[in-house]
Design a protein. Structure first.
Length: 317
């Protein structure tokens, strides 16, 4: 209860009812939205008017209209009820603690390259926070964030939805790789030189395929200009076929770093440059976030604060 200057108590229920009346535009709609009867809504509005000794609404043929005092009261009532909701959410987070499982959805490449680093960092800094991961693709991850089934997503496509907050984590260049026997030392090929060569791409990797396709489009070419072979299965299956000289493929640099160091694969430099894979941190837009989500977001941002350098350092270590 809030003590008014006029010596009467004002409770949050009255303020919440008044906010609903203003936003719904009528007593009946406000009652319906709050699960109250219309007389109960009318009673709460009258209580406010009696508390302040001022009329706050005018009833007419066109519905409810606010008096000047009512307009001012609405602004403050809205802030107070929103602040109350924020407080309750924060306290709920403390009540639940951080031992509750955090549900993270990640695209396959992020699951292979980024999640292991995040999991290690969580063990070091927040061992009480449990992680449940779902490796999937962009559409299911976006649906999971919107439905609340996922707390956070790590994706390779920038989500453009008004209900989702997206922050870029890092950029990872692709490399075009082939068997060392197929690459002439010092060769600098163009995309046109690859026409007629098999390019292997994972069938399930919709995001990577889209990135490669966008890159080709930016160079005035299309994916259909090349002999693309979609492979169902793991990246290791594609690597094996490339090492056997069956074709070439685009891979994120860190995914083939060890293969390049061992001399099992070789990079093909392209005159046009290479596609760039971006990783994004995605989560629901909320006024207040639970303690576990805040901890996770903060840790991930700190982990990749160095951008590409921070990512490489984490990988090497």
């Amino acid at each position: 209860m809030i003590k008014s200057l006029f010596g009467m108590e004002i409770d949050l229920l009255s303020l919440r009812v008044f906010v609903a009346v203003v936003e719904k535009g009528s007593l009946s709609e406000a009652a319906r939205s709050l699960g109250l009867t219309q007389p109960a809504v009318t009673y709460q509005v009258k209580r406010l008017e009696e508390s302040f000794g001022l009329p706050i609404v005018k009833r007419g043929k066109l519905g409810i209209r606010l008096t000047p005092a009512g307009e001012t009261l609405y602004r403050y009532a809205k802030r107070l009820t929103d602040l109350h909701d924020e407080l309750m959410a924060v306290m709920e987070g403390y009540r639940e603690g951080v031992s509750e499982t955090l549900k993270v959805g990640a695209c396959p490449v992020a699951g292979e390259l980024i999640l292991p680093m995040i999991a290690d960092a969580l063990k070091d800094h927040h061992p009480e926070l449990k992680l449940s991961t779902q490796i999937s693709y962009f559409p299911p991850i976006l649906d999971g964030l919107l439905s609340g089934e996922l707390d956070v997503g790590i994706i390779e496509i920038r989500a453009r939805h008004k209900g989702i907050m997206v922050e870029e984590l890092l950029k990872e260049p692709f490399l075009l790789v082939a068997s060392p026997d197929q690459v002439t030392e010092g060769a600098n090929l163009s995309l046109k030189d690859l026409q007629g060569t098999k390019i292997f791409l994972r069938e399930e990797a919709v995001g990577i395929k889209a990135i490669v396709e966008d890159f080709l489009n930016s160079k005035g070419m299309r994916l259909n200009d090349f002999e693309v072979v979609s492979v169902a299965g793991s990246n290791e299956a594609i690597k094996k076929m490339i090492k056997e000289g069956m074709g070439v493929s685009f891979f994120p640099m860190e995914m083939v770093r060890q293969d390049l160091e061992r001399g099992e694969l070789k990079e093909i430099p392209l005159k046009e440059g290479v596609p760039v894979l971006k990783f994004f941190l995605a989560y629901r837009k909320r006024r207040v976030y639970s303690q576990k989500v805040e901890m996770f977001i903060g840790l991930v941002k700190d982990l990749f604060a160095g951008g590409q350098k921070g990512y490489k350092d984490a990988f090497v270590s």
